[in-house]
Design a protein around this ligand. Sequence first.
Ligand code: ATP
Ligand code: MG
Length: 584
Amino acid sequence: MNPSDLATPRAHATPSTHSTNASQQTQVQHAGEQHGKEGNKEVGLDFIRAIVADDLATGKHAQIVTRFPPEPNGYLHLGHVKSICLNFGIAAETNGLCNLRFDDTNPAAELQEYIDNIEKDVKWLGFDWNGDVRHASSYFGQLYDWAIQLIKQGDAYVDLQSVEEIRLNRGDFNQAGTDSPFRNHTVEENLALFAKMKNGEFEAGSAVLRAKIDMASPNVHMRDPVLYRILNVEHHQTGDEWVIYPMYDYAHPLGDAIEEITHSLCTLEFEDHRPFYDWVIAKVNTPAKPRQIEFSRLNVDYTLTSKRKLKKLVDDGVVNGWDDPRMPTVAGMRRRGFTPEGLRDFCHRVGVSKNDGIVDVGLLEFCIRQSIENVAPRGMAVLRPLKVTLTNLPQAMTLKHARHPNVDLGEREIPLTQEIYIDRADFEEVPPKGFKRLVPEGEVRLRHAYVIRCDEVIKDTAGNVIELQCSIDPDTLGKNPEGRKVKGVIQWVSASAGVPAEVRIYDRLFNNADPEEGDDFMQNVNPNSRTILQAIIEPSLAEAQPGDRFQFEREGYFIADEKDHTTAKPVFNRILDLKDSWKG
Ligand code: ATP
Ligand code: MG
């Protein structure tokens, strides 16, 4: 057994928030629903902001200090965005401070790569931390001294039971634990043993430092939890300085106290750990007395929010890295084209409460669309090109149109030439009922240009349509045809002036609203979550720089890929289609 199994090193969310029948149990949270709960006096404040406001009003704190404490064992995901918006948001709203602290007490799973990307992601979301980045590991010396203090006070002892014995003797929910035979070592014995632990004289797993609290406590976390274990692992910050590492539950409250955090906000699974949090603060008697407050985790349907599981998707090659645009990581969502404004708006609408629920991913998509709609220039792209010859177009011409119908984003030039492309889906030889686009001998309007009529359908020997011969109605540029109505409008791109582009269409990564339904979440992966198309785009779109967002008319919102796009070889990711499923 791994020594880190000794004591629930970090709480984990119970998967029960996802039900086996998502449609029955999904509790969609509505905008603003979470506000005004938990007895706050000021309408519109969530329960945490109400506590913070009270503490300022009563003078308990002159300034609020929060912290965002990721463990650098993976990339940040949508769940962390909620925590970031909450911690940095409260600090910003109250003229307070928010620290960024890497909780790096488990070096085996941690990487500098994760640290660098977490910093990048927090900044991209629009937040900045107070002072330098902090590390729990920079407090190892102080935490060690406090451990000595606890031993001297008779509040901690070295246990030489095996990992397995400790686990068995902890008891369970129904049964009290059993005291360790080493529980009544003298202070001197404990000091000597702890020194041996620190000096590497014990094998990993053969000795731990435990708090001396109560093996019969109804709260399992109070049954002499482990404070220190031996890990023969190099640390990314402290190298080989230490072979004993503090447990998260010991390091966290003390890290908060050292940084004079006023409100230590964490997710609900830490509620049962709070008595131990308070025990540590009281026993060490730190000058600062941070207060832990728990709120519910963000769960979103069709979305996995667990670093461990997201890592498996990366490691097994289901996606192309942590920043794959299908990933709900901040890096993935950024590359997908989601905006920091949209993500912040989403967190604001979800609110903060103690009620576990599953948020409709449609709300996230709604917020993202809203944030893009009025800033993204429009353009035409043909994703599945079908050649159209305009037989009577007298000469090539250049049309000028606004880049956006409602916002002044300037104009762009759109070349119209005799050969153009339209989308295959906009022509049907045998149209279904209600089809309003192009059919043999039918008419349709080319967006921003003429009404055209399909005079002839050209096929290859296999019977596939390969070209349409159409004629324009020269009297329809910017006005309706006389005496008849043409309903359909389709996008098009000049064949000679248009630019080939790779377009990546992303769909949900999971087929199941609850990605964790069943025994193995890997079985719920949508095998068709990415489709790559060879498209033709209008020249104005090809001027895009990596990271520029557009609305491709009738197709959706797209972003020039931050890694692969160049003006010579454009690559776009579909952010979202235009259909809104959110029924707020
Ligand atoms: P994971 O299970 O994905 O590893 P974690 O909680 O272990 O998540 P941490 O690095 O400890 O990840 O998270 C840093 C902060 O983000 C913590 O305060 C944690 O409570 C919070 N957080 C993590 N996931 C969520 C979530 N789904 N909703 C809200 N807050 C979250
Ligand atoms: Mg974790």
